[in-house]
Design a protein around this ligand. Structure first.
Ligand SMILES: NC(=O)C1=CN([C@@H]2O[C@H](COP(=O)(O)OP(=O)(O)OC[C@H]3O[C@@H](n4cnc5c(N)ncnc54)[C@H](OP(=O)(O)O)[C@@H]3O)[C@@H](O)[C@H]2O)C=CC1
Ligand SMILES: O=C1O[C@H](COP(=O)(O)O)[C@@H](O)[C@H](O)[C@H]1O
Length: 461
């Protein structure tokens, strides 16, 4: 049974409910299953079913029909610490129904709510005696600062055992992110260059055309740096930087990734960070007139270990930007001149979007009788690899929660290190967000963070 807190919210509609449908259609859910949606407002089972079907047709895989939800969806108003709402009885009722059908349910509480609601929901689980045997999925950001992370983690460990807790970062569940380990270890072409000797800079770039008007309350209290930098961008940076684990099991993978976060140098907010806010943001309903929330962040992160010393990791994301992409690029060191001509770029790039893709860009001879240089790119779409069917990041991670595989979830040690590296950006030196035009690549100031060739994704790409 999946108890989906925040069931009417943006995350639930865009990503979680479609992932449930995807798993059901692929036969990856138990024979008997229920999604019990919950939230602070009253709604009926029918309202929730309509919302879920609409979400599936807007955001889900095209080949999965809304009928997959039939008979599986219920809704109940949520609890607070002092008030059981409708939820406590509804959980008991659904548990009984599943047991009557011969299934001992695994109860998963999915907290698809803003970070400010993680503590109250956790206390509510304890107050209503709901904690035995459950699994709880916490969305990101897990805390909003070093201090609030420690408070939340202490509370969570008062209420739950660590093996009941799944702290999700869905970028770790993307097909292409999982491919990083395989790609870099499987072939000398990649493993041989995966270090400071051959890589001049790493760019992890997640521009979005998306607006935030549908989730202004959440977004204005959060901003790009908390929403994406200390979370997805740091986790992906650690995946790129980490030493290959001895084994691909939960303990080894998490340990290798999180050890790398421990090597992140605390950010220098003056030298290495540019924040932005798109023009018009303050006019959105739910956004304060004088809001200083960042809708864009670019940061130069340094990884202090032998493999990466001196290589900048350039991390960037923002809303209302020129295009949407999710790209990791290793910019390779190449000779400036080749046979007397200027040499082109050398790059290994991974697209994390959708089913993922790998591209290698290099200097090649231009076709024709003369020896003239050009640039060529070889691409591999991961969906074209034989013998499998890609699963969405949320589908993959939800499945891991159901089977108890913790490899792709974060641990307190790793998050503590992430908050330590992020903390200077929350201090007095936090730069003021610079305005940028919607549809642009963000404030021009972010260009000073890169090497001479600029951002790989940009006006010229
Ligand atoms: N949206 C996205 O693309 C992604 C979001 N996330 C994470 O998911 C979480 C939810 O984000 P998102 O869905 O975008 O946000 P929303 O603003 O859409 O909020 C989700 C739901 O949470 C409930 N809620 C809001 N405030 C509170 C509160 N104080 N106490 C209890 N419930 C509350 C609301 O439901 P109701 O009014 O019915 O109670 C709301 O619909 C965040 O932690 C975010 O970081 C992670 C990955 C992607
Ligand atoms: O966690 C979040 O991620 C989404 C981007 O992820 P995607 O895989 O759905 O493209 C981002 O839009 C959102 O602001 C953030 O909360």
């Amino acid at each position: 049974m999946l108890v989906l807190h925040g069931a009417r919210g943006d995350l639930a509609r865009r990503l979680v409910l479609p992932a449930v449908a995807e798993l059901a259609a692929a036969g990856l859910l138990p024979d008997r299953w229920t999604v019990l949606g919950t939230g602070r407002r009253d709604a009926s089972d029918d309202d929730f079913a309509e919302l879920a079907r609409d979400a599936l047709s807007e955001f889900g895989p095209e080949d999965v029909d809304g009928g997959v939800f039939d008979g599986h969806l219920h809704y109940a108003r949520s609890f607070t610490e002092d008030d059981p709402g409708e939820l406590v009885d509804a959980i008991a009722r659904e548990t009984e129904a599943l047991r009557d059908g011969g299934t001992e349910p695994t109860v998963v509480h999915y907290l698809a709510v803003p970070p400010s609601a993680f503590g109250p929901t956790t206390r509510g689980l304890r107050a209503h005696g709901l904690t035995d045997g459950i699994r709880v999925v916490y969305e990101k950001p897990y805390g909003t600062s070093s201090e609030s992370f420690e408070e939340l983690d202490a509370l969570v460990h008062e209420v739950l055992d660590e093996d009941q807790v799944f702290r999700i970062d869905h970028f770790l569940g993307k097909e292409a992110t999982q491919n990083l380990h395989v790609l870099r270890s499987g072939n000398e072409l990649f493993s041989g260059v995966w270090n400071a000797r051959h890589v001049a800079e790493v760019q992890i770039d997640l521009p979005e055309t998306l607006d935030v008007a549908d989730r202004a309350d959440f977004y204005d209290a959060t901003g790009a740096a908390l929403d994406m930098l200390v979370t997805h961008l740091f986790q992906v940076a650690a995946e790129v930087a980490m030493e290959p684990p001895a084994r691909f099991d939960a303990a080894h993978l998490a340990e290798a990734r999180e050890r790398m976060i421990g090597c992140f140098r605390p950010l220098d907010p003056v030298e290495d960070v540019v924040l932005g806010q798109f023009e018009g943001y303050r006019g959105i309903d739910g956004v304060a007139d004088d809001s200083s929330t960042d809708t864009f962040v670019a940061a130069r992160l340094w990884v202090d270990n032998d493999r990466w010393r001196g290589v900048p990791f350039l991390l960037r994301t923002g809303k209302r930007m020129a295009r949407s992409a999710q790209q990791v690029t290793l910019v390779l060191r190449t000779p400036e001149q080749l046979f007397g001509e200027p040499n082109g770029p050398g790059r290994i790039a991974l697209s994390l979007a959708g089913d993922g893709a790998i591209e290698v860009t290099t200097t090649v001879k231009r076709p024709g009788p003369d020896l003239r240089l050009g640039t060529g790119t070889a691409s591999l779409a991961l969906e074209d690899v034989d013998g499998g069917r890609p699963v969405s990041a949320y589908g993959s991670l939800l499945h891991d929660v159901l089977v108890g595989d913790r490899s792709l979830f974060t641990t307190p040690e790793g998050l503590r290190a992430a908050w330590r590296a992020f903390a200077p950006l929350q201090g007095p030196d936090r730069p003021a967000p610079e305005p940028y035009r919607p549809g642009s690549w963000g404030p021009a100031a972010a260009d000073r963070l890169t090497g001479p060739d600029g951002w790989v994704l940009g006006d010229q790409d």
